[in-house]
Design a protein around this ligand. Structure first.
Ligand SMILES: C[S@@+](CC[C@H](N)C(=O)[O-])C[C@H]1O[C@@H](n2cnc3c(N)ncnc32)[C@H](O)[C@@H]1O
Length: 216
């Protein structure tokens, strides 16, 4: 179990927090449905266009090196959306087995052709796989969309279906200023905490994987 930034190669995005704080209560309710609006609707309701641009390729390479992924490995992405990371993992590690789940029927319906056979609509609280099915389970910026007790369920599910490694990224802060930034940026997260409180929660629930933080 380690705090490790495996997403460091992603482009640093200058996020306009003041503009985001203009999102209305209604925008947030729409965003939380994780439908078309969240991915490909206006910026106030989500990504403002969730398109493949290859940025996950360097993350896939980092995951491959860090976890020693090979064509024998089996990897699950919980909250895979349109499958960009899984696509790049397949490019980076030819022959690897991938699977993805997402609660969004829209995102799964729009999944990239290369990974469409391997993704399905499902909920992080009840992963549709037997125990110990995967060498690596990923979940990036996803489980914080659950309330705490449900989030605990999802962590236990990630533990259950993994036979080796796990890596998650969640909304978190180290300072009051970072906390203010998350409060301004947040559209969908139900749970965000100080990093040290996340670590306590991981211990409490028995999550033994790696983790890192998202702070806008
Ligand atoms: C911020 S997006 C992150 C997508 C992708 N992991 C990435 O980093 O680009 C959050 C994703 O979590 C999915 N999601 C939210 N709640 C979920 C749940 N209970 N089970 C599975 N997926 C969920 C959403 O549909 C969305 O695709």
């Amino acid at each position: 179990m380690a705090e490790i930034n495996l997403l460091e190669s992603l482009p640093k995005i200058q996020r306009n927090l003041d503009k985001r704080s203009l999102s209305s209560r209604e925008d947030k309710l729409i965003a939380k449905q994780f439908g078309r609006e969240f991915f490909d609707g206006p910026r106030e309701q989500g990504y403002g266009g969730y398109r493949y641009d290859g940025r996950w390729r360097s993350v896939a390479r980092r995951l491959k090196e860090h976890y020693g992924l090979s064509e024998q490995s089996r990897v699950l992405d919980v909250g895979c959306a349109k499958g960009f990371l899984l696509h790049d993992l397949k490019e980076e590690v030819p022959g690897i087995s991938v699977a993805g789940i997402d609660v969004s029927a829209y995102a799964i319906g729009e999944a990239m052709d290369s990974i469409r056979p391997f993704v399905q609509v499902a909920d992080a609280r009840a992963l549709p796989f037997p125990d110990r099915s995967f060498d690596l389970v990923l979940s990036i910026n996803t489980i914080h969309n659950l309330e705490l007790q449900d989030l605990f369920k999802s962590l236990l599910e990630i533990e259950r279906v993994s036979r080796a490694h796990k890596f998650i990224v969640v909304d978190a802060y180290q300072t009051e200023e970072e906390r203010e930034r998350i409060l301004k940026w947040n559209l969908t997260a139900e749970t965000h905490m100080y990093c040290k409180d996340w670590e306590k929660a991981f211990l409490e629930v028995g999550y033994q994987g790696d983790y890192f933080w998202f702070t806008p």
